[in-house]
Write a protein that binds this ligand. Structure first.
Ligand code: ATP
Length: 443
């Protein structure tokens, strides 16, 4: 049972049949610039006589006294028209999808600490032509919009336009479930219509430490085969969202226990050893590894899948359409894990030779996983220093010395580099002296 003062107060008022207004709570929860923005949108909606609602995660988090990260705004009417008014009045830029009645209001360039963009959605209803299909959309009212959502705790809404600012709507019993700490689906076909909700429910259960309501758990069980029928990309997006959570292992262990992972792919599973690896996932991947924006998620997949037999890991990676570099790191993993301890005593030039073609992601993974301090130090030296060492002389210098271009160039430059790496030369003068010797020797 979740115990939150605000939630209990609101629930008591709601049960007593009173109208609940959360204007003050919303004002306190949002950073000033965001609040001003929300109020400006609300004023514009009022002027256009369009009922406007904040829905979904933002309302849920407000009631749980958790930070409100973002807000989804639903308009009863034409969200694109509202977006166009907002651009005229406040600036920014609009991209819109006529077919879905949705618009994204891009706010870059606007003053203050405002989000990069805000989604404006026309209230709609959805129909699934067949299980797992993407829904067919038609316009509807706020009730219908809330009915198309995943779990009752995500169906709470706050009306925002005009004098309604902050009024709570709870047509589907979300408040009671929030207070009871339970996740409840809205109807028996929910997971069949959209099997990605199976992974969403596990993510919310783990994050909020909520239980899955008994009937919902039954519906989930029946819908499991659907997970094997939707595209790997859709599954991957949800698994990625789980891996981005603070405690991914909780959700993945529950996924294992409920047969969710086997339904995704027969070779996929989750165990304690995998959880131990994921527990080592750093908040930020060491920038010494050139891995870019998706570094942390790529590393999470690697730390998980590297425990599977090689073929199985690659099959899962292919099914989920994971980036090529995750597969490359999986392929490189065991060979590298074996070689690294032997390299701890090797000269830097030997290390560079051995590691230069190894994928950065695999090395970053081993740097995180290895208990051997020598291995970690070796990898840090390699990534941070050794691999960047180059001779000061280059091909032009060799040609100036009268050497004919050819394979010998590569060998000489490699020898110069190795000499720098291993401390045999420590200055450009010494490097030139070594070059003299190398040129003198017939090769
Ligand atoms: P988070 O805190 O992780 O951002 P959120 O609740 O905001 O959680 P989003 O994925 O941003 O989750 O989705 C926003 C809202 O859209 C949800 O609260 C839910 O009401 C609805 N939603 C999202 N995905 C689905 C889905 N697959 N089926 C039904 N409703 C969904």
């Amino acid at each position: 049972m979740a115990s939150h003062q605000l939630l209990e107060r609101v629930l008591a008022a709601h049960r007593a049949g009173q109208r609940v207004h959360l204007a003050a709570e919303l004002e306190a929860a949002l950073p000033a610039a965001q609040l001003r923005l929300l109020q400006a949108v609300a004023a514009e909606a009022e002027a256009a006589e369009l009922p406007l609602y904040m829905v979904g995660g933002g309302v849920r988090d407000l009631l749980l006294s958790r930070p409100v990260k973002d807000f989804d705004l639903v308009v009863e009417g034409d969200a694109i028209a509202l977006g166009q008014r907002l651009v005229r009045k406040l600036g920014g830029r609009l991209t819109s999808h006529r077919r879905f009645g949705t618009a994204i209001w891009h706010l870059e360039g606007l003053e203050g600490d405002v989000p990069a963009a805000i989604d404006l959605i026309s209230a709609r209803r959805e129909r699934y032509a067949h299980p797992g299909a993407l829904p067919e959309v038609s316009f509807g009212d706020i009730q219908q919009d809330l009915l198309r959502r995943d779990f009752s705790i995500n169906t709470l809404a706050l009306r925002l336009d005009g004098g309604h600012f902050g009024r709570l709507l709870d047509p589907l019993g979300g408040l009671a479930d929030l207070a009871a700490g339970q996740l409840r689906g809205l109807h028996d076909r929910s997971f069949i219509d959209d099997p990605t909700r199976i992974l969403r429910i596990l993510r919310f259960a783990a994050r909020l430490e909520f239980t899955i309501e008994a009937r919902t758990a039954t519906w989930l069980g029946v819908a499991l085969p659907g997970l094997g029928e939707i595209s790997g990309e859709r599954v991957r997006n949800e698994l990625t969202a789980i891996l981005a959570e603070a405690a991914p292992s909780r959700a993945l262990a529950q996924a294992e226990a409920l047969g969710v992972l086997a339904a995704i792919h027969p070779a996929l599973h989750f165990d304690d050893a995998m959880a131990a690896s994921l527990a080592r996932l750093p908040d930020e991947v060491d920038p010494l590894w050139a891995l870019g924006e998706t570094a942390r998620i790529d590393l999470a997949y690697l730390l998980w899948l590297r425990h599977l037999p090689a073929e199985a890991g690659l099959a899962v990676a292919a099914h989920l359409r994971l980036p090529q570099r995750v597969s490359e790191a999986l392929v490189a993993w065991s060979g590298l894990a074996e070689r690294l301890p032997q390299l701890s005593a090797a000269a830097p030039s030997e290390v560079v030779l051995a590691l230069e073609s190894a994928p950065d992601l695999a090395m970053a993974g081993l740097a995180v996983e290895s208990d051997d301090e020598n291995v970690r130090e070796l990898l840090a030296n390699y990534a941070g220093q050794w691999r960047h060492v180059r001779p000061t002389l280059n091909g032009h210098d060799l040609s100036r010395r009268g050497l004919e271009p050819g394979p010998r160039y590569g060998r000489i430059l490699a020898t110069l580099r190795a000499a720098w790496l291993d401390g045999q030369v420590t200055s450009p003068d010494e490097e030139r002296a070594l070059l003299d010797q190398l040129v003198a020797v017939d090769d």
